[in-house]
Structures are given as structure tokens and as C-alpha cells.
Design a binder for this molecule. Structure first.
Ligand code: NAD
Length: 359
């Protein structure tokens, strides 16, 4: 199969970790007889420096014409004082909106080899952590009207949280479909004891449930969910929730699995063309030092193979290679402990590449 992948290396550690993901993809291509063509796309601070725009239209076009986008990370202190429209992160928001990706999917999975890196008690971790948060990405309070009115000292600030039934239904379907491909359990998270938008959310989820009799739907208030994720994360299979709740809960979920450097994500809309990126930022504090953990980027490439290219076997080959790498006792600095062997970003990628084989 031939696939055209738009590659956004971005800023900070972005180029280093993306390089490792590409070497792993090249190995998969050679082994399984695929051709992956890469088209470089400038986005973020590097695009501001080069083009005076965090995502020039022609760069967005390249992404729209691709089969999927692989992204490192964007941002850094150098561009922090620019006006909001010119900040690197604006490029990311425009990319998501331009590609119409309304669903962000983040797995929270603990690798047995890294169990001790979790801040949770061993008795909790031992029950297993393996769930996905499906977060609505382009609606809700982050995209509602924001305004501040009145005289200083008497000001009132408002942020509008609105959801259309159609927006809830399309993200709900992703939740049900994801649960169907996993353990068949979907937890819809909202705040329907207080918010109208949540009451509508709950109504739509239950209406949809009639079309998915094989999926077991449950409801949970967001404050309770925040507690349950640290009390007993083994209870979850798939969580579906709105934009702001998902933003907060997915960061909490990433913490309980150990390192931010290990976690991939996918963002998908109505087509199979998605955006795949590790959940961390550009880590300017370690950029250019060959210290970054590339596993989140490598596993993002695996998610791309599974969810956009229908290459489950190839995705599994990458995930197995990551597990084999962890078994060697090699660790990048962020997950380093006692008796392990410290490796850099490129060595980590090299070891994982070496473990890629047909199942
Ligand atoms: P960050 O995720 O970049 O870094 C937080 C901490 O985690 C740092 O100590 C960093 O060294 C460490 N870290 C992150 N990824 C790592 C990896 N792969 N390996 C080892 N250690 C890793 O978050 P931040 O410091 O809040 O943000 C830095 C910049 O990134 C900011 O400009 C921010 O706006 C941007 N950012 C971008 C994205 C994105 O591109 N999707 C997401 C979040 C933040």
C-alpha cells in the first residue's frame, strides 16, 4: 500500500522525536511491502520564523491532501510574547479546525515494565490501567463566545458553553464505535446535575445507545470521574466526554500511567485522515540534547497505521517492539530508575526499530 503522510516536525524536541517515528515507519514499510511518502509541513514557531504565519494556507492544504498527519510538537518561549493570533499554538488550533477533526482519542495504558513510575499505589496499579478517553475537540466552551464587559473593578467575564445535538451525536458515535472495538463498555461523563448542555449530552448518548445494544453505556458526573480515575482506573474501558472535561481528565489520566513522554493520541473527524501526535509539548528545556523520549511519537505512528490505514498487524508490530525495548531495561531520562540503562532519544528509536518484526 502507498500512503502519503504529512510530517510536521515543529519546534523544541518535535524534530528529534518525529525522526525516530519515521525510522520505525520506514522499517515497517520495508517489512510489510508498503511505501510511506513523507511531505514536510511547516507549522508552529518554525513557520512563524520562516513564513510569518504559524500555519500558512498552503501548509494546511498539504495536510488536507495527505492520507494523515504525523505531528511532533509546537511552541516555545521565543514566541510567547506574540499576539494570540500569531502564537505557535494557533497553528495547531487552525490545523484541527481546518481538518475538521472533532474527536481526540488518548489511551491511558500502563506498561507493566513501568508500573513503579505510576504515582498510584501498587495495589491499584496491579488491577491494570487500560482505557481510552474520547474527547470532543472543536466545540463547547473553548469555541464559544468569550467576552469581558464593564468598568475595571466591576467587570463581568463570560464564556459560552454550547453544544448542538449533532455535535454530541457525532462524538458519541466515535465513543460507541471505539467501545465496540475494545471491551464494549462506554462511560459518558458530564455534569447533568447542574448544566443544561450536559443534560442534552446525556439524552443524546442514551438515544444513541439504542443503536449499539452490544455496548454497555453508563453515566458519571465529571467530579466523580476525576476521583474514580485515581481510586480505581481499572473500571474504565472507554470514556466519552465534552471538550473542557476531556482536556482536564485526559491530563489526569496521563499522569497515572507514569510519563508524559510515552503517550500517543489521535484526532479524527468524518474521514480516515487524522492527526497523530504525542500528548506532550515541545519540551524546550531538553530540546536539542538527544534526551527526549520518542515513544509517544512512535506509538502515535502506530495509532495512525491502525486507525487511518487499517494496518492493525503493523501497528501491533510497533507496540510489541516498544514492549521489547522496555524489557531490555533501557530507559530515556524521563522514565529512568535505579538499575536501568540510560539511553538517548536516537538510541531508543534505534532499539525499537531493531525489534520490529512480523508477528
Ligand atoms: P511539555 O509537555 O513540553 O513539557 C513538560 C515537562 O515534560 C518538561 O519538563 C519536559 O522536559 C517534559 N517532557 C515533555 N515531553 C517529553 C518527552 N518526550 N521526553 C522527556 N521529557 C518530556 O509542556 P510545557 O513545558 O508546558 O510546554 C512547552 C511548550 O510546548 C509550550 O510552548 C507549550 O505551549 C507547548 N505545547 C505544545 C503542545 C502541542 O504541540 N501539542 C502541547 C502542549 C504544550
Amino acid at each position: 500500500m502507498t500512503k502519503n503522510i504529512a510530517v510536521i516536525r515543529g519546534d523544541g524536541i518535535g524534530p528529534e522525536i518525529v525522526q525516530q517515528a519515521l525510522r520505525v515507519l520506514d522499517r515497517v514499510a520495508a517489512l510489510y511491502g508498503h511505501t510511506f511518502q513523507y511531505t514536510d509541513v511547516d507549522m508552529g514557531g518554525c513557520a512563524i520564523d520562516k513564513w510569518g504565519d504559524p500555519l500558512p494556507q498552503e501548509m494546511l492544504e498539504k495536510c488536507l491532501q495527505s492520507d494523515s498527519v504525523l505531528l511532533g510538537a509546537v511552541g516555545g518561549d521565543k514566541w510567547n510574547d506574540l499576539p494570540a493570533q500569531m502564537r505557535p499554538e494557533k497553528g495547531l488550533l487552525r490545523l484541527r479546525a481546518g481538518m475538521g477533526v472533532y474527536s481526540n482519542n488518548r489511551p491511558a495504558k500502563i506498561w507493566p515494565q513501568l508500573a513503579e513510575a505510576s504515582p498510584l499505589k501498587k495495589s491499584v496499579v496491579d488491577k491494570g490501567i487500560d482505557f481510552i478517553i474520547v474527547r470532543e475537540l472543536i466545540g463547547g466552551i473553548y469555541f464559544g463566545e468569550h467576552k469581558t464587559e464593564g468598568e475595571p473593578g466591576q467587570q463581568v467575564a463570560t464564556d459560552l458553553l454550547a453544544y448542538h445535538e449533532s455535535e454530541i451525536e457525532r462524538i458519541g458515535r466515535i465513543g460507541f464505535e471505539t467501545a465496540r472495538k475494545r471491551g464494549g463498555r462506554l462511560c459518558s461523563v458530564e455534569k447533568s446535575n447542574v448544566l443544561d448542555s450536559s443534560r442534552l449530552w446525556k439524552k443524546v448518548m442514551h438515544r444513541l445507545a439504542e443503536q449499539y445494544p452490544d455496548v454497555q453505556l453508563s453515566d458519571m458526573f465529571v467530579d466523580n470521574c476525576a476521583m474514580q480515575i485515581v481510586r480505581d482506573p481499572s473500571q474504565f474501558d472507554v470514556i466519552v466526554t465534552e471538550n473542557m472535561f476531556g482536556d482536564i481528565l485526559s491530563d489526569e489520566a496521563s499522569m497515572i500511567t507514569g510519563s508524559i513522554g510515552m503517550i500517543p493520541s489521535s484526532s479524527l473527524g468524518a474521514t480516515s485522515c487524522g492527526i497523530y501526535e504525542p500528548i506532550h509539548g515541545s519540551a524546550p528545556d531538553i530540546a536539542g540534547r538527544d534526551e527526549a523520549n520518542p515513544v509517544g511519537a512512535i506509538l502515535s505512528a502506530a495509532m495512525m497505521l491502525r486507525y487511518s490505514f487499517d494496518m492493525s498487524e503493523e501497528a501491533q508490530a510497533i507496540e510489541r517492539a516498544v514492549s521489547d525495548y522496555l524489557d531490555t531495561g533501557c530507559r530515556t531520562a524521563d522514565i529512568m530508575s535505579g538499575t536501568m540503562t540510560l539511553v538517548g532519544c536516537s538510541r531508543c528509536g534505534e532499539i525499537i526499530e531493531g525489534f520490529i518484526r512480523k508477528g
